[in-house]
Design a protein around this ligand. Structure first.
Ligand code: GLA
Length: 741
């Protein structure tokens, strides 16, 4: 790995064994992009890959110059990465190279989460400084190349080195000009209860964007996009990924210009954003993580998984096995007593479950969703001995105790709102819009964050709490802060997220042993920003196994299994009314951080035996399910979507578990084969099934297949339509592969 600077040709070459990223200083001082893709030889110039100047209407000449961090107003008519309004009202900007610095390691970004290194030899960083002399704007572009991953992490800081105030109108975290447009745009779209469905569009002339203006990254689009060739598959072909380490309003956009180039930009959404930068002040934009894969979408995902699991997630729980939990939400909703919770916990403990999570409804007068958010003191009518008594009794059973909170919210019917009505976001003189009967607190105000830190610290100190589910159930309307002057209202959304991050940071520091799980009406804020604080997230409020196939598949494009909380819930399913077998619900939820979301006291003895078996199976293979290499095999988004298959493989390829799911059973299916990946071609694997089939060959452990056969010919699925084990619809089977010898 290295970063080279060639002063003669004025080129930077960031390189590791897999990728090269090349930037050059153009004749007029602007930065040109040369290449992001497969590794190229060092000590050679690639200057010729970018010719001309961006002045002189170059893109009219049919030879558009690839620009590294484009600005507007001087002849590049594509979308800019940076727009600054100077004191005279002009937005023309001409950034020119001033200097640079190269160092081993990686620096944090003030106030914002980012990827990191533990040792300086894990990555090298290049920082290029550019300036616009007329306005005094100074821009620092930071590039970190990781040693053994096809990753370049970019971030940007803008400083006002002049004497007049500046107004930032658009500060993208990354912009990348690609020399052709022969790409499909892959992104993750959805809404509540069907988050992150894979969506693929052919690039077309014009601009195509995904975004959020709701104050959170949102259920609708994820701050992630990828470009892939039409012929790219999971296992082969080129793909480029763009992921923003941010939880607020964002924009991801691809512009195809008339001359056959594509510009991708990713950063804070410029709509509704502006930032006053006084002389001497600096603004830090969030990190964008770029991945280049020459081995399909699978390798792209693997790079994100490894980086985000090991060098974005932080804290005591980063590497620890995550507990199997039971959450009472779908079991009781708001209607519970201490005794009822203990009954649930007691049965759950007998079944092997390790953590009991008390969800919404334990505080204030919260018996439905119309009141009490903000009143973070225990409801003694439900829990007469307080949280402490409940938690101690749960601990006495041998389980850990976890708690749900929704810090950023306030109900109109709450003490907090009576005391501090001005803390709720709203514009004076206009009505506030309620969402789920609640308002959003102004997290841009330090006194609100201080208050929440104090009251939540009291709660977390009052009982042995080892896990916190931090929810956020509505988006922002009437964005405005009473604490900001009129000319700073454009800063509100970003300051809100900075407030959320700072509360997380303080709580993490004060309670380092707590495992945080983020949540936002399910997966409405499932983004890399929050992974830096909460290493796992509630993937979706939709717990139906069949819906989860698409949700978990889509989520896995960018996020590791260790981040995806997935629970078995009761049937008929509460979101879609579907009745699926208990084993199928588990076989889907295993691929993530596993748990239950039901009342086990209402289950039959047979169902309980089933749960005990599932919990035992998951614990035995927990490492594979949470930290294995996740390989997608058969997509629920392709063909008729009737089948899905995926697998998780140990780092040394000696163990793997394959999940195969079939939605509708069809007569006379014929024998199916499923080609596996990431195995050792020279190893022999013993194949067994979960649930066990009772087949004598399988029971004798005699089903042995070579890794080469499993990958090149396939795993024989059998004429599954007639198998007594998976007769009927919504069937699932797991194949457990263990290398022998
Ligand atoms: C959100 C969460 C659920 C549950 C409820 C409680 O919808 O996603 O899991 O915690 O809030 O009100």
């Amino acid at each position: 790995m290295s970063i080279d600077w060639n002063p003669e040709t004025k080129e930077f070459h960031l390189r590791n064994d897999r990728i090269s990223y090349l930037v050059r200083v153009l004749e007029n001082g602007a930065l040109g992009g040369l290449h992001f893709g497969p590794a190229l030889a060092r000590e050679r110039s690639y200057r010729h890959l970018s010719q001309g100047e961006f002045h002189g209407f170059s893109n009219r000449l049919g030879d558009p110059v690839a620009l590294e961090y484009p600005t507007g107003g001087t002849g590049d008519y594509r979308v800019p990465a940076l727009t600054i309004e100077a004191a005279d009202g002009s937005t023309v900007l001409e950034l020119a190279y001033v200097g640079h610095r190269i160092w081993p390691g990686k620096a944090p970004i003030p106030g914002l989460p980012s990827t990191y290194v533990e040792r300086d030899d894990e990555a090298d960083t290049l920082e290029i400084v550019c300036a616009d002399t007329a306005s005094g704007a100074e821009v620092r572009l930071s590039y970190t190349i990781f040693c053994d991953l096809p990753v370049v992490a970019r971030s940007v800081r803008v400083r006002n080195a002049g004497t007049e105030p500046l107004r930032l109108l658009c500060v993208m975290s990354a912009s990348l000009d690609l020399p052709d447009t022969d790409w499909d745009l892959v992104h993750l779209a959805g809404t509540w209860a069907r988050e992150r469905h894979v969506t693929i569009d052919r690039l077309q002339p014009g601009r195509r964007s995904i975004s959020s203006f709701r104050g959170a990254s949102g259920h609708e689009h994820n701050p992630f996009l990828a470009l892939r060739r039409a012929w790219t598959t999971e296992a082969a072909g080129e793909a480029v990924g763009f992921s923003l380490v941010y939880s607020g309003n964002f924009l991801g956009e691809v512009e195809v210009d008339p001359f056959g180039t594509a510009r991708v930009r990713l950063g804070i959404a410029p709509e509704g954003f502006s930032w006053r930068l006084d002389p001497g002040a600096e603004f830090a934009a969030p990190e964008a993580v770029l991945v280049y894969s020459d081995a399909g979408l699978g390798w792209l995902s693997e790079a994100y998984h490894r980086l985000y699991r090991e060098r974005l997630a932080r804290g005591a729980w980063r590497d620890r096995p995550r507990p199997v939990l039971i959450n009472n939400w779908e079991g009781t909703y708001f209607d519970f007593t201490e005794e009822k919770l203990l009954e649930i916990a007691s049965v759950a403990h007998d079944l092997g479950i390790e953590l009991f999570v008390l969800d919404d409804g334990w505080f204030g007068e919260r018996n439905d969703d119309t009141r009490s958010l903000g009143d973070w003191f225990v409801n003694r009518r439900k829990l007469p001995g307080g949280l402490n008594q409940l938690a101690r009794r749960i601990e006495a059973l041998g389980m850990a105790f976890g708690l749900w909170i929704e810090p950023e919210m306030v109900s109109q019917r709450s003490r907090l709102f009576v005391e501090h009505p001005d803390w709720a976001i709203g514009v004076p003189g206009r009505p506030r819009t309620e969402g789920r009967n609640q308002y959003v607190l102004d997290m841009s105000r330090p006194e609100v964050v201080d208050h929440l830190f104090a009251v939540l610290s009291d709660v977390l100190r009052s009982a042995p709490v080892s896990y916190v589910k931090w929810d956020m159930n509505r988006n922002i309307t009437e964005p405005y802060s009473l604490a900001l002057p009129p000319d700073r209202q454009g800063e509100f959304f970003h300051r809100y997220i900075l407030g959320v991050y700072s509360l997380y940071e303080r709580l993490m520091a004060a309670f380092p042993a707590i495992l945080f799980e983020s949540c936002a009406g399910g997966g409405g804020r499932f983004d890399p920003g929050l992974l830096a604080f909460a290493p796992q997230a509630w993937t979706s409020d939709d717990t139906d196994a069949i819906e989860r196939l698409k949700i978990q598949w889509g989520t896995s494009l960018c996020y590791p299994l260790s981040s995806m909380a997935a629970h078995v819930s009761a049937v008929p399913n509460h979101q879609v009314g579907r009745v699926t077998p208990l084993a199928t619900r588990a076989a889907v939820a295993f691929f993530g951080v596993f748990g239950y979301e039901l009342d086990p006291t209402t289950m039959s003895a047979e169902e309980r035996r089933g749960v005990a078996d599932q919990v035992g199976f998951y614990k035995k293979h927990r490492h594979l399910f949470q930290r294995g290499r996740f390989v997608r095999l058969r997509s629920p988004f392709e063909g008729d979507g009737n089948e899905t298959a995926w697998m998780t493989v140990a780092a040394d390829s000696r163990q793997a578990i394959v999940g195969h799911y079939r939605i509708l059973n069809r007569p006379s299916p014929g024998p199916g084969r499923l080609r596996l990946r990431a195995l050792d071609p020279n190893a022999s694997y013993r194949v067994s099934l979960w649930p066990a089939t009772g087949d004598p060959i399988e029971q004798a452990g005699a089903l042995v297949r070579g890794g080469d056969e499993l990958m090149n010919v396939g795993l024989f699925l059998g004429a599954t339509g007639d198998s007594p084990v998976i007769r009927g619809d919504f069937a699932a089977r797991l194949f457990i592969l263990e290398a022998i010898g």
